[in-house]
Design a protein around this ligand. Structure first.
Ligand code: AMP
Length: 189
């Protein structure tokens, strides 16, 4: 079983890299952001609730997010592990994930951190807004997502570093090069 938690600021390329790893490793990518967006397309209560936070660049409450991840991880395609993209985002979520995996007699194998510097990130997000048309990719929301990332999610880097799980990858390289570095890191774990 391999449980991989991909870390990186908004715009670092987590989603792109998670999809490439999914293909190469045959492990499903679990993106909480995508799960929320799918729920919203289907107009579920969860999706409608999540949307009110997403559009402000705020985090969806931990209990809602953890319950959704619990359900997803229990599905059979995750039996051999998965690639988590965008979860956990708070220390409470990280603690909940440890507990959840312990229930499956498992644990996180590695936490690759795709490192990219601040100003490159905002540029990338503004470009993505033009291409994908995500409603949370406007400048004001982007700036709030960055603030939320630094306040609530960046502390997880130390949490995983202390556990000896964090491995840094230079995210300021072409997509293929980042992918190859990540692949090595994951294989070595
Ligand atoms: P993403 O697609 O990962 O950029 O996520 C888009 C938005 O979904 C975020 O800005 C949050 O509002 C929400 N979201 C995604 N993952 C989480 C999470 N683990 N905890 C809380 N909110 C989340």
């Amino acid at each position: 079983m391999k449980y991989i938690v991909l870390m990186g600021a908004p715009g670092a390329g987590k989603g792109t890299q998670a999809k490439l790893l999914e293909k190469r490793l045959g492990l499903p990518q679990i993106s909480t952001g995508e799960l929320f967006r799918q729920n919203f397309s289907k107009q579920t209560e969860l999706g409608k609730l999540a949307k009110t936070y997403i559009d402000k660049g705020e985090l969806v409450p931990d209990d809602v997010t953890v319950a959704m991840v619990r359900e997803r991880l229990s599905q059979s395609d995750c039996a051999n592990g998965c690639i988590l993209d965008g979860f956990p985002r708070t220390l409470a979520q990280a603690a909940a994930l440890d507990k959840l995996l312990a229930e499956f007699n498992s644990q996180i194998n590695v936490v690759p951190y795709i490192r990219v510097d601040g100003d490159v990130l905002v540029d990338r997000l503004v470009k993505r807004a033009e291409i994908e048309g995500r409603t949370d990719d406007n400048l004001e929301t982007i700036q709030n997502r960055m603030r939320v990332y630094f306040e609530q999610t960046a502390p997880l880097l130390d949490y995983y570093r202390t556990k000896g799980l964090l491995v840094e990858v230079d995210g300021d390289q072409p997509i293929e090069a980042v992918h190859n570095d990540l692949y090595q890191v994951v294989n070595a774990a």
